[in-house]
Design a protein around this ligand. Structure first.
Ligand code: ZN
Length: 296
């Protein structure tokens, strides 16, 4: 399933993205005699075991019966609007570590963002006034679906609800102002995700996905998640040894080569207002991020 979060009359709701268009989960639930409860991504993730198959059967029924949705979202949101934790992995592709003139890590380099960074597709980023070196980072995002505490690598993907595109928007001048990267990574709107969550059953191997980033339609990053130093399963297992992962927590798994930072200093053209960055990972649709005006 491809699950879309959106706002309808000011309330968060859940839609399926189907070949016929968006279909509101609550509407179909009502048609199936289940009452039009507030179906949200949080509700789906918190009850994954009991509701995944139910939602799957409803969308199949709706498609077979050519059900047309009652309402489209007024506003599209990131698939997970308020993740409890946003963990990010730095330097997870060798060529990107190399282009950044950093050591190949022996252990995952972890940092984080907060909910203020979360925005959906087509939502413009408005960087801080003194962020002069704005860059993109196409990344596969893992969305957790079960509480994970010290899980084995071989079991780790069973704790995942699904995957989406992410853009680890980075202001390099703020990132390297001090030894901690946080400031350049955690600004408002610096964590676009979307356009939807693709459930785990549709992505048999998250470590075999083409990953592409385009700047104003021109390809600037193109790799495959098979080149990640630390696999999705390893990352979930590793993090869960130290930090309890909960449903709705997300992990940005790192970016491949091709970022602006990786170019020779004299050739770097940092992002400007009016540009558009898009991230397309195989099977996950396209996440579009317009660069808006800078904050005053
Ligand atoms: Zn990153």
């Amino acid at each position: 399933m491809r699950l879309v979060s959106g706002l309808l009359q000011g309330r968060e709701q859940l839609w399926w993205d189907t070949p016929q268009g968006l279909l509101r989960v609550g509407y179909v639930a009502g048609l199936r005699g289940q009452g039009d409860l507030a179906w949200t991504m949080d509700r789906y993730l918190a009850n994954l075991d009991s509701v995944h198959d139910l939602l799957q059967s409803w969308v199949h029924w709706a498609e077979d019966n050519r059900v047309v949705t009652d309402h489209l979202p007024d506003v599209m949101l990131a698939p997970v609007t308020h993740p409890g934790k946003i963990l990010c992995v730095g330097l997870n592709y060798r060529p990107h570590a190399k282009e950044s003139h950093m050591e190949i890590p022996n252990d995952p380099v972890l940092f984080n963002k907060y909910c203020n960074a979360v925005v959906g597709s087509e939502y413009p980023v408005h960087p801080p006034a003194d962020a002069h070196q704005l860059d993109y980072e196409a990344e596969l995002v893992v969305v957790m679906g079960r509480q994970a505490v010290n899980v084995a690598e071989s079991e780790a993907l069973r704790y995942v609800a699904g995957y989406c595109n992410g853009n680890d928007v980075s202001a390099r001048d703020l990132q390297f102002r001090t030894s901690q990267w946080l400031l350049g990574k955690a600004a408002d709107g610096f964590g676009p995700m979307g356009p939807y969550l693709v459930t785990r059953d549709e992505i048999p191997d998250p470590d075999q996905l083409e990953i592409v980033c385009r700047r104003n339609g021109i390809e600037v990053q193109h790799s495959n998640t098979r080149y990640m130093i630390f696999s999705c399963a390893f990352l979930v297992s590793y993090i869960s040894r130290y930090v309890t992962l909960e449903p709705g927590d997300v992990i940005f798994t790192g970016t491949p080569e091709g970022v602006i930072l990786g170019q020779p200093e004299s050739e770097r053209q940092w992002l400007k207002a009016g540009e558009t960055v898009s991230v397309s990972i195989e099977g996950l649709g396209e996440l579009i991020t317009p660069i808006g005006h800078w904050k005053e």
